[in-house]
Design a protein around this ligand. Sequence first.
Ligand SMILES: [Zn+2]
Length: 130
Amino acid sequence: MQAATNIQNQTLTHAFHALKCKECGAEYELEAKNVCELCFGPLEVKYDYSNLRKTITRKTIEAGPNSIWRYQKFLPVTSENPIDVGTGMTPLVRSHRLARRLGLKKIIYKKMMLLICPPSASKIGWYQSL
Ligand SMILES: [Zn+2]
């Protein structure tokens, strides 16, 4: 498991500037809010797609850390010092035995749970990734 990493050296240029209600279109400033105050509809990030095309490419994403923070410019997080505990990038795994047992040609699943056992931990726990 990847150790916690500080990714503060990245330059933040976010491609969004507001939250927008999916139901009524009301807009809100970026803050920790997920429901519209007017209609209780879900809020989503309102992206500036023209800015996205100019500043974010496949190469810039691939150059990021091997975690969810490679997508930081898409996330409604304004902190320049988020803590990276290795969330995301869970592998796709092919299961030959399960496929044979179920009579299927191929089974590929996303491994969503990774075991974390840092050297300092006294207990073993499970961690669910995205
Ligand atoms: Zn609304």
